[in-house]
Design a protein around this ligand. Structure first.
Ligand code: DX5
Ligand code: ZN
Length: 206
């Protein structure tokens, strides 16, 4: 299981959290960009992500919870491993094609209450699908179990090389549901960053 660590809950101590992730066996550093419109919170403006990039030795897994995708151009210059935006705010393939034209991998995120059939048309054209197992906007919420069956349905029809990831409320108990659902990767925040030993927690998820 690949593990991507969300540092959202360490917003006041970001650089220290990034250094702890560097020293761990995490696969990616998950950065939650929020615009105050798609979600109420406003976090991780470009300048902050630049500071993170300067310190991180892990590849960045960028989760854009934004309505206005014109910001992608600047974030893309930081060359994250994945740029993931939400299916709820696209109407066609243009953004997917744009990110791919920059030579970057593209992910599509889907909220818990969105019909999973909405992502089906895009499955052959993306690198990653990110199932939200909480309402986006905040760390530390509890895992919505109803997402498990949605993932199983999509996993059955998805290309074998599509990375299926899940975000929200992932801990040492809900990881079993993530495995059952068929996830290849998990995003986990507070379960890891509330601990003084990130690696212990990460190893419990791997
Ligand atoms: C929620 C974010 C998640 C969140 C995960 O909007 O997308 O990445 O920070 O944090 P935990 O694991 O605490 O739910
Ligand atoms: Zn996220």
């Amino acid at each position: 299981m690949k593990v991507s660590v969300s540092i959202l809950k360490e917003y006041e101590n970001l650089i220290s959290a990034v250094k702890k992730v560097n020293k761990s066996s995490a696969d990616f550093l998950h950065v939650d960009v929020m615009d105050g419109k798609f979600v109420d919170n406003k976090k991780f403006p470009l300048e902050v992500v630049k500071d993170i990039k300067a310190v991180s030795t892990k590849r960045i897994d960028l989760h854009l919870m934004v309505k206005d995708h014109s910001v992608i151009k600047e974030y893309a210059k930081l060359e994250p491993q994945y740029i993931t935006f939400h299916v709820e705010v696209i109407d066609d393939f243009s953004l997917i094609d744009y990110v791919k034209s920059l030579g970057l991998k593209v992910g599509l995120a889907i909220n818990p209450e969105t019909d999973e059939r909405k992502i089906i048309p895009y499955l052959d054209d993306i690198d990653l699908v990110l199932f939200m197992s909480v309402s986006p906007g905040a760390g530390g919420q509890s895992f919505k179990e109803e997402v498990v069956e949605k993932i199983r349905k999509i996993k059955k029809i998805a290309p074998t090389d599509l990375i299926v990831s899940i975000d929200g409320g992932v801990n040492d108990k809900t990881i079993e549901l993530c495995k059952y659902a068929g996830c290849d990767m998990v995003v986990s925040g507070s379960y890891i960053t509330d601990s003084s030993n990130y690696d212990d927690k990460i190893n419990n998820l791997k």
